[in-house]
Design a protein around this ligand. Structure first.
Ligand SMILES: [Zn+2]
Length: 190
């Protein structure tokens, strides 16, 4: 099958420029100690593109969406972008959050580091955390390389923010390790 834009069907495009532009607009969600910048609500075409990115091998869409997301916001004053890690034991071939971060990092000229944070526990490979489980997450669910992250400013990156609990727990874990992390960039807010 030749590659085609999943939104308009244009041949030869993983996700065409016009569609990528039309899907995104800048949004900001403020939690008590944390800001989440998003490009869309998780619905319709963008939801389908994100599902294709995660589960159908549409890897290249991640960087395209990341570049487009970066264009919506001012470059943050940070040292690093940290994608939310895949669950330890995941059999996925790539981390969609890393692909998105690579687009943001390329546009903003900020380093992407996916080797500083990991999940401490192994989650069943087919499990997606239910809302209740996510509410029980704590910063202790993440392992952080404190020696590498200490005194740096970072922002987190993920594909979708639902309750924000994962992002805030990871941010707190990074903060406890001596970094300054008070924002995240996601493609969509569910
Ligand atoms: Zn298109």
């Amino acid at each position: 099958m030749p590659v085609s834009c999943p939104v308009c069907g244009e041949l030869g495009e993983v996700l065409c420029d016009e569609c990528a532009d039309s899907l995104l607009e800048p949004m900001k969600f403020e939690y008590s100690d944390f800001d989440v910048y998003a490009g869309a609500f998780y619905e319709g075409d963008i939801r389908q593109v994100i599902l294709d990115l995660k589960y159908e091998g549409l890897k290249a869409a991640g960087k395209i969406l990341g570049l487009k997301l970066a264009n919506l916001f001012e470059r943050p004053d940070i040292d690093l972008l940290i994608p939310v890690p895949l669950h330890t034991g995941s059999e996925r071939d790539y981390n969609q959050a890393y692909e998105i971060a690579s687009g943001l990092g390329a546009c903003w000229n900020i380093k992407v580091r996916d080797d500083l944070c990991s999940w401490r526990h192994i989650v069943s490979r087919h499990a997606t955390l239910s809302k209740a489980e996510r509410e029980e997450l704590t910063p202790e669910d993440f392992k952080i390389k404190a020696d590498k992250i200490k005194n740096l400013k970072a922002a987190l990156v993920d594909d979708v923010c639902t309750t924000g609990t994962t992002l805030r727990c990871l941010a707190r874990a990074c903060s406890q390790a001596g970094a300054e992390v008070n924002s995240a960039y996601v493609i969509a807010k569910a």
